[in-house]
Each structure stands twice: as C-alpha cells, then as structure tokens.
Design a protein around this ligand. Structure first.
Ligand code: GLN
Length: 200
C-alpha cells in the first residue's frame, strides 16, 4: 500500500514515521509525478498559506485536485484540513483550497491565549482504548458542516474530526501525540476498505 505525504512544508516527517511504522510504503510528495500510483495521501499540518503557494510553484495544485476528485483516500490535519475545506475564513486573497470536504473553517480561530493546547478527545466512534490526546496548534475551527459530512469527533461542541467519502480532516495533530489509533483507523477503515472494494 503506497501512501504519499505532501512534503512541501510542515509536520510531514512525523506522519511519514507513524505510517511507515504501521507498514505503509511511504512516498514524500514534492512533484506531480510523486502522485502516481498512490493509494492514499496525507496533507500535514503547517501553514496553509505557504502550502498553497508551494502547491502552485511545484505544479502540484491541479494534479492533486484531479486525484482528489477521483476519490483518493486523503487525511488532512490542521493546515491539511484547511486545504481540503470548501470555505476558509481568514484566508489570504491568493490562498487556494480543494473543497474535498464540505466544511467551512476559520483559521487560527481559538485566539491568542489558546494558540496551542492539549485536550482529551472522545474517539470511541473510531477506536476503543480511552481518551485520545488531541494536540491543537494554531488550529482552525470548523464553523459549518455540509449534509454529506460525517462528524467523527467533537470537542466542546465543535467538530474536530470530519469525513466525507474517502476524505478525512482533523483540526488537531495526531502525529504529535504518540498515540497511533487514528492513523491505524485511517489505514483500516478508509484506505484498506477502498483497496478491498477495488480488488473485489
Ligand atoms: N494556523 C495554520 C494555518 O492557518 C494551521 C496550523 C497547523 O497546521 N498547525 O495554516
């Protein structure tokens, strides 16, 4: 199973390590040809404005749009979720995003005092084993959720994990928590499930 991690900027190494440890054949995606033959892709956290610019200069912006429209399994965390959203509050005028998950987000919406924080998340919808240590870093807030979107996890009344088809978005950073349950869930329920459907 070939899993790409968008490696233009941000916390891509941490995702690569976790998924590599779970047995995925990890490819760092920096150019359009790196998208070939991927079964899944991770859009990491970082800075969505910078990532948007680098997607344009690397030539990845449109090839990636095509793979997403074809239903590639994708996990976007924090800035990665901003790239997948259908509307972005606080965006720069030239910022781009993919509208792969019908949610709107507000960038950096937790405010200065809460720039980064940890919170125990109830992920019983995804995995047993008790609370998940959610690491939030200048996180976006999901401000609206479209009818085709499933909310997987909430925190204090706000959606923090959402799914539309094979696209999953998290406002937090599971790759920094030392807990692999969400990565395992993504591989099992989103990627493998799709692979077994395709080969059935
Ligand atoms: N605040 C960042 C942005 O707007 C996201 C932060 C993150 O990915 N940890 O792009």
């Amino acid at each position: 199973m070939k899993l790409g991690v968008l490696a233009l900027q941000g916390a891509f190494r941490e995702h690569a390590e976790v998924f590599g440890g779970l047995g995925a054949d990890v490819v760092e995606v920096r150019r359009p040809e790196h998208l070939d033959a991927l079964d899944a892709l991770v859009l990491p956290g970082g800075e969505s404005t910078t990532m948007s610019k680098l997607l344009v200069t690397s030539g990845l912006l449109e090839p990636l749009q095509r793979r997403l429209s074809d239903g590639l399994a994708v996990l976007g965390t924090c800035a990665g979720l901003i790239l997948l959203a259908s509307g972005v509050g606080g965006a720069r005028p030239d910022q781009r995003w993919y509208s792969a998950i019908d949610v709107t987000v507000d960038r950096n919406a937790y405010g200065r005092q809460l720039d980064s924080f940890e919170a125990d998340l109830d992920i019983t919808a995804l995995a047993p084993g008790g609370p998940f240590p959610g690491v939030f870093i200048r996180a976006p807030v999901i401000t609206s959720v479209g009818p085709q979107v499933t909310v997987l996890v909430t925190h204090e009344g706000l959606a923090v994990a959402v799914r539309q088809g094979r696209a999953v978005g998290l406002t937090f950073h599971p790759e920094l928590s030392g807990d692999q349950r969400i990565h395992q869930w993504f591989l099992r329920e989103v990627v493998q499930d799709d692979l077994s459907r395709r080969t059935a």
